[in-house]
Design a protein around this ligand. Structure first.
Ligand code: APR
Ligand code: ZN
Length: 264
């Protein structure tokens, strides 16, 4: 980290230690060092390997079988086997444990913040480790359902050709428990996130292009009354509002911030 970043780090560390309320909003960039691909930017999967239009709620309703074929490919690409939290996730968990961070609000559906030990995690876009029934709302682990869909797609004989997968309780179609394009966010979760952003003395926007609403409205809300810090490799839509900006890797900045605050 160069001297300018060192000075910026000191500013952020003192702002955090003085803050009554602090929160972080994270995006795909915080999981990139764990091997989870991002959606936009050079290596993003949207437009290069997958078309986001195939993952809209309208497509799921119109063509659940085709949706699930594509979803399985996307899931396997996003969450290769053995994905683990990285030092950036761990740094946020240690800031929370030290009482310096109240919550992580994440757009990610990979569950890595909880796996790293963060306790208060608001999952704005759901969690890909679960599926939900569109009729009765029951949720269940996704992996066994993925196995059944994989078997049906690969047409192995002797398996229950179940495509799209259905709910064992009521027969309704199962959907990944994530927010699809065109769907609204879980209302209570977003309201909590919005209030947290408004109350935060320090708000960290980490590893997100901040292009997708309504998550992208949170840093704007936070900047209105507190210190907004952005940590991202590329420029973001919130840069001009940021008081503190790192154009750097999350695994450089966040562990250094935690170390500066003696919470490693
Ligand atoms: N360190 C810091 N920033 C990084 C790193 C890294 N190691 N790797 C990638 N980035 C940055 C990229 O520069 C990029 O701007 O992370 C950002 C990720 O942006 P997106 O791919 O747009 O991901 P995100 O902002 O989380 O997307 C929001 O869009 O497609 C939907 O539902 C999906 O939750 C997702 C939402
Ligand atoms: Zn059901």
């Amino acid at each position: 980290m160069d001297d300018a970043d060192e000075a910026t780090l000191s500013r952020l560390a003192s702002a955090l230690s003085d803050a009554d309320t602090a929160a972080a909003l994270t995006g795909a960039g915080i999981s990139a060092p764990s091997g989870v691909p991002t959606f936009r930017g050079e290596e993003g999967v949207w437009g290069t390997e997958f078309d986001p239009m195939d993952f809209r709620i309208g497509r799921f309703r119109r063509d659940p079988e085709g949706f699930w074929r594509d979803r399985l490919d996307l899931h396997d690409r996003l969450f290769p086997d053995g994905v683990e939290p990285n030092s950036a996730h761990e740094a946020l968990a240690s800031l929370e444990a030290a009482g310096l961070l109240d919550a992580v609000v994440t757009q990610n559906t990979d569950g890595l913040h909880a796996a790293a030990g963060s306790e208060t995690v608001l999952e704005l876009h759901g969690n890909a480790a679960r599926v939900a029934c569109v009729d009765c709302g029951a949720t269940r682990p996704a992996e066994p359902v993925h196995e059944r869909v994989r078997a049906a797609v690969e047409g192995e004989d002797g398996t229950d050709r179940e495509l799209p997968p259905t709910c064992p309780d009521c027969g309704g179609v199962l959907k990944p428990d994530v927010v699809l394009f065109g769907e609204s966010l879980p209302r209570r979760t977003f309201r909590r996130a919005r209030d947290l952003a408004a109350d935060s003395d320090v708000f960290l926007a980490i590893g997100s292009s901040l292009e997708v609403e309504p998550a992208a409205s949170l840093p704007r809300r936070a900047a209105a009354g507190g210190t907004l810090a952005v940590v991202n490799l590329d420029s973001t839509a919130a840069d001009k509002r940021a008081d503190i900006r790192f154009r750097a890797d999350v695994t450089d900045v966040l562990p250094a911030l935690a170390a500066r605050l003696d919470v490693r």
